[in-house]
Design a binder for this molecule. Structure first.
Ligand SMILES: C[S@@+](CC[C@H](N)C(=O)[O-])C[C@H]1O[C@@H](n2cnc3c(N)ncnc32)[C@H](O)[C@@H]1O
Length: 308
């Protein structure tokens, strides 16, 4: 339930500080600080998901859509009792609690680069009584030290775009998966192969836009190249399906429907509100190059490691 209490001043100062810190740092520190900025910008109501949501089957609020996203990836990965699962970039751990509760997987090991997320995910697992089936570790998905063939499934939601670079994680994912294991993730990529081949304005924007800050420049490749890379690593049955029509625009429509609601408004930093509102309401802006949603695709990527 939302209240109309104003966004507290002390949070405004913290936000300003975090934004400055992020701007002044590089590499892992920058990625961590950007994630800490998001913590002050969360607009979910009953959860702490950090994804745009998959807006199907009558989702009413963003939390419903985020849960639908979790279920989508769970189905794609064919999560089932007995599975040992690796989750990279788990946010606040909400998705893992849901998979543990709904699919009966035996164990999830999560890896996340942001200390705040690791701490909060551990707390959530305790509170939900699933701490004995999940381990949240701090570290980068690009530097995994797990043994070869130790997981049945590798999953991730809206995080690979930030891995510097994504390719390193794809290599680890293939290595740690058991034969017949499934890789299933949602990810953000450029829309077309053409954009991938020439340094377009969109590419420059991808590299510089704050929306994608903390992402790796090396991650600028579209579905065909993504698929080629997975195949080259030895994955089979590779599918990359665009789900953007059920992500970007429904998310934007939902935010637009709420943006002037005093209770909702009170949860947004006053520093950010005017820009955010303009961005959401400017439909033309959504379509012109330069707006991340106009240039980016939102995809579900699924692949299998073949039997030996
Ligand atoms: C957009 S959030 C998505 C979080 C969560 N999957 C969700 O949907 O709520 C991306 C997550 O990836 C994590 N992350 C970013 N770079 C990472 C890396 N190199 N290794 C592991 N996690 C990383 C961030 O800390 C953050 O938790």
């Amino acid at each position: 339930m939302l209240t109309t209490t104003k966004y507290p001043l002390r949070k405004e100062f913290r936000l300003l500080g975090k934004l400055l810190q992020a701007e002044l740092s590089t590499g892992t520190k920058r990625a961590q600080r950007i994630c800490e900025v998001w913590d002050l910008l969360l607009l979910t109501e009953r959860t702490r998901y950090l994804n745009f949501g998959y807006w199907v089957d009558g989702c009413e609020i963003v939390d419903d859509a985020c849960e639908a996203m979790v279920d989508l990836v769970g189905r794609a990965a064919e999560l089932k009792p007995g599975d040992r699962v690796l989750d990279a970039g788990f946010g606040y751990g909400e998705q893992d609690v849901r998979w543990l509760e709904t699919t009966g997987v035996s164990e999830i090991v999560g890896v996340n680069i942001t200390p705040l997320h690791v701490r909060e995910a551990r707390r959530l697992a305790q509170a939900k009584g699933v701490a004995d089936r999940v381990r949240f570790l701090q570290g980068s998905a690009t530097e995994l030290t797990f043994g070869a063939e130790t997981f049945d499934k590798v999953v991730s939601i809206e995080a690979l775009v930030q891995f510097a670079p994504r390719q390193k994680f794809l290599e680890h994912a293939h290595r740690v998966l058991r034969p017949n294991g499934i890789f299933a993730v949602t990810d953000i990529i450029p829309l077309t192969a053409q954009e991938n081949q020439t340094p377009t304005a969109a590419k420059q924007k991808w590299e510089k836009d704050s929306f994608f800050n903390g992402t790796s420049k090396e991650n600028w490749y579209a579905a065909d190249e993504y698929s080629r890379r997975l195949t080259a690593l030895g994955f089979t049955d590779v599918t990359i399906r665009s789900i953007r029509d059920d992500v970007w625009e429904p998310w934007r429509r939902y935010m637009v429907s709420r943006i002037d609601d005093p209770a909702f408004k009170a949860r947004i930093s006053r520093m950010i509100y005017p820009t955010y509102r303009k961005y959401l309401l400017d439909e033309v802006g959504q379509r012109v190059a330069g707006q991340p949603m106009a240039q980016a695709d939102y995809v579900l990527v699924v692949a299998r490691k073949p039997e030996r």
